[in-house]
Design a binder for this molecule. Structure first.
Ligand code: NAD
Ligand code: DAU
Length: 355
């Protein structure tokens, strides 16, 4: 474990998205002396309503802008005297990467390289600096029924999304090896929790159950994902930022594997209890649909390095986390209704209309 790195001014990219906004809430609460600048272009996935609780915090600033805009990034790094970049900004949805891969390469690869290059120049001017790349277990590809991804597992991405994230991770590695930019790279499993955009499995199912719409399960429903509460992911990122040795990769996972069909049934049953529907009512909405092309069969993370070296472990049981998440969506139906209007309807029709 390296000495504690204590940033005074952090640039968070993509902080209006699902994980970035949760991270900002978490980080501002735990680091009252630190300034947080949030650079986000506000794509369909970015939403300032995710940040209303912090918008008046004097230590917080929002900047609408593009991570590919090199002059803007350089100006922000300098004028805000940034000593750490925590890089969440991305195109994040696998299905969208299948229908439109180009923007994934631009944002995830070129955007990361733009940030790295600006950071490289800026790091020469500050005494201590970190660049933390928030990445995904999907860069490792797909597992069979047994085994786990470790940090040594070769990268073998299968979707345009995961390929673009792997490209970004390799650039991060190259900036450490070539320029000694103090980088860190985390790779996390599937997150769930508040502010999750309803294109992703869990919030999509919650939203459709509320509407009594069909619940589209891809293929045979037996693909496996490891689910981690977004607040545990946020805490893990903070730990890696402060304690991780530059140049290292850290896997983050929940040790919480679920087959998709089982998680959909669980969400159905928890929703039925809360909505006063009869037991099994929402399960009747389950509809098996055409599989996702190149659909990775199983992800499972070995996060023992993070536990052993930095002492991080998840704090949420899945039972508590999923119950709280469903309660959050029920208490925030206005948020869901707003993000699920307009362009979301067109997206949903294009993805699921003929499936
Ligand atoms: P998200 O899609 O909810 O949010 C992405 C954010 O990035 C949005 O606010 C969007 O406006 C912003 N953004 C996109 N392009 C930008 C650009 N050019 N300039 C500035 N901002 C831009 O994503 P998420 O689910 O919160 O994921 C955040 C990060 O975590 C991603 O890098 C993703 O690969 C990674 N990750 C996600 C998960 C998961 O389960 N969601 C798991 C592991 C890793
Ligand atoms: O593993 C980390 C990754 O998790 C992140 O890097 C990605 O950004 C994030 O989107 C997520 O990727 P997945 O593809 O695993 O998540 P998604 O919610 O899209 O799908 C989860 C599983 O559920 C997957 O096996 C596909 C399936 N699925 C998904 C949707 C949206 C369905 O069966 N039906 C659906 O409608």
């Amino acid at each position: 474990m390296s000495d504690t790195f204590t940033p005074a001014s952090v640039l968070v990219t993509g902080g209006a998205g699902f994980i970035g906004s949760n991270f900002i809430h978490h980080f501002l609460a735990g680091n009252p002396g630190c300034r947080v600048v949030n650079l986000d272009i506000l794509t369909y996935a970015g939403n300032l309503k995710n940040l209303t609780a912090v918008q008046d915090n004097p230590n917080y600033r929002f900047v609408r802008g593009d991570i590919c805009d090199a002059p803007l990034v350089a100006t922000l790094l300098d004028e805000e005297r940034i000593d750490a970049v925590v890089h969440f900004a991305a195109e994040s949805h696998v299905d969208r990467s299948i229908t439109g891969p180009e923007i994934f390469v631009r944002t995830n690869v070129l955007g990361t390289q733009t940030l790295l290059e600006a950071s490289r120049k800026h790091a020469e001017k500050v005494s201590n600096f970190r660049f933390l790349q928030v990445s995904t277990d999907e860069v490792y590809g797909s597992l069979g029924p047994v085994g786990y991804f470790t940090e040594e597992t070769p990268l073998a991405p299968n979707s345009p999304y995961s390929a673009s994230k792997a490209g970004a991770d390799l650039l991060v590695r190259a900036y450490f090896e070539t320029f000694r930019l103090p980088t860190l790279n985390t790779r996390c499993s599937n997150n769930y929790g508040p502010y999750h955009f309803p294109e992703k499995l869990i919030p999509l199912m919650i939203h459709n159950i509320l509407q009594r719409h069909p619940l589209p399960v891809y293929g045979d429903g037996l693909n496996v994902r490891d689910w981690l509460h977004v607040k545990d992911h946020s805490a893990a990122i903070e730990r890696v930022l402060k304690k991780g040795t530059p140049g290292e990769v850290f896997n983050i996972g929940g040790n919480n594997e679920w087959k998709n069909i089982d998680i959909v049934k669980l969400v159905c049953d928890l929703m039925d209890e809360r909505l006063g529907r009869f037991p099994g009512e929402s399960r009747q909405l389950i509809t098996y649909v055409k599989d996702r092309p190149g659909h990775d069969r199983r992800y499972a993370i070995d996060a023992s390095k993070l536990k052993r070296e930095l002492g991080w472990e998840p704090s949420y049981t899945f039972e508590r986390g999923i119950a709280e998440t469903i309660d959050w969506y029920l208490a925030n139906q206005g948020w869901v209704a707003e993000v699920a209007s307009g362009a979301y309807r067109e997206y949903y029709q294009a993805q699921y209309g003929n499936r």
